[in-house]
Design a binder for this molecule. Structure first.
Ligand code: 5GP
Ligand code: MN
Length: 338
């Protein structure tokens, strides 16, 4: 049975959403996974969906490769998340949350399963048996809320808390450009069923170990900017992670810090993950498209938040990325990007 909110959902996505609803109604055993080094949207959406499936009398579990950041371990159901390297269960379907391709979860054996790709990134490959990609959603959490409404489920306290955390983290507490009236409406509904925004904010922002502060001190000591001050870049070495005794998630949001300066329009944050291998995070303001920049280096993401992985000489790669970013900033200034 479909509800009014389903009819209000953009029609372009209704057919595929109906397929997801039908699958859930007709099957029983589900697993949910998300990308390696899961973030708030990955974990919040996965757990939210897990609680939704369980509330419908289904069997569901969340399976991920990596440990989850300590803060998110406070979410309901987080203690039941299974950390695995290979799928060994027999499932009717596996929901793959926020992954550009089937390698992103880092779990072996997914290719032999019935998969449902749920994502809000433009760069997603349609790897799933069903592919529900909604680029208008601020977070996958928003899509899980829509799914709950479409299937006629009740937004329980557990679903609400998990989905709210997904929204808060992916919208930077509702201040990134992906925040829409729909995001705020969903957030409002979640608060109505019992979410305490201040409590979730404590979980998201004030639950880190001291190692985060130590790591932040070291990373910020490396920040540099171009002559016009529009582009800033900084680095995190393996030695910094080690000496600060950093744990997963300690560097969450570091990349946004330089954007606090009015004139800074784009940021590059390079993190050494192995000798000669680096994770790159890109952020921008306004119409500067960093997804295009990340794609040039084999990555992807959103217009204002993207990433990739590069290898080789650090100085050289950094120069190349800054050059591509400079081009993107100039393009935006020329009005070529809207
Ligand atoms: P972050 O900087 O937080 O790691 O990533 C920012 C955004 O870029 C996220 O939405 C993420 O999905 C995307 N992203 C980061 N790294 C990669 C990558 O290697 N490949 C793709 N396709 N997207 C990425
Ligand atoms: Mn997301």
């Amino acid at each position: 049975m479909f509800y009014l909110s389903f009819l209000l959902y953009p029609s372009a996505f209704q057919t595929v959403l109906s397929q997801v609803v039908e699958l859930i109604e007709n099957k029983q055993n589900f697993a949910i996974t998300t990308h390696v080094r899961p973030d708030g949207d990955g974990i919040g959406s996965s757990l939210g969906l897990c609680w939704l499936l369980r509330s419908l009398g289904k069997s569901a579990e969340v399976i991920v490769r990596d440990g989850i950041p300590a803060a998110y371990a406070q979410l309901p159901g987080a203690d039941e998340i299974k950390q695995i390297a290979e799928v060994n269960g027999k499932y009717d379907a596996i929901f793959v949350i926020e992954c550009s391709d089937l390698a992103r979860p880092g779990i072996k054996g997914l290719e032999n399963q019935f998969t449902v790709n749920i994502d809000h990134h433009a760069t997603s490959e349609h790897f799933g048996t069903i592919n529900w990609i909604d680029q208008t959603a601020s977070a996958v959490g928003e899509m899980i809320y829509n799914l709950c409404k479409a299937i006629g489920g009740r937004i329980t306290r557990e679903i609400a808390e998990c989905v709210y955390l997904a929204l808060v983290t992916d919208t930077g507490s509702f201040h990134f450009p992906n925040t829409t009236d729909r995001t705020l409406k969903v957030a409002s509904e979640l608060v109505k069923v019992g979410v305490k925004p201040a409590q979730i904010s404590e979980v998201v922002y004030n639950s880190y170990p001291w190692s985060r502060i130590e790591l932040m001190r070291q990373v910020l000591a490396t920040v540099q900017r171009n002559e016009s001050g529009t582009i800033a870049w900084m680095r995190q070495t393996l030695e910094m992670a080690e000496s600060s005794e950093a744990v997963d998630g300690d560097n969450n949001g570091f990349v946004n810090i330089p954007l606090a300066a009015k004139e800074v329009e784009a940021v590059v944050y390079m993190r050494e993950v192995q000798p000669n291998a680096y994770r790159v995070s890109l952020r921008s303001k306004g119409c500067i498209n960093v997804a295009r920049v990340a794609e040039k280096f084999g990555g992807g993401g959103h217009k204002n938040a993207a990433g990739c992985r590069v290898e080789g000489d650090w100085d050289l790669r950094e120069k190349e990325i800054i050059a591509a970013l400079t081009e993107a900033v100039e393009k935006a200034h020329d009005g070529a990007e809207k």
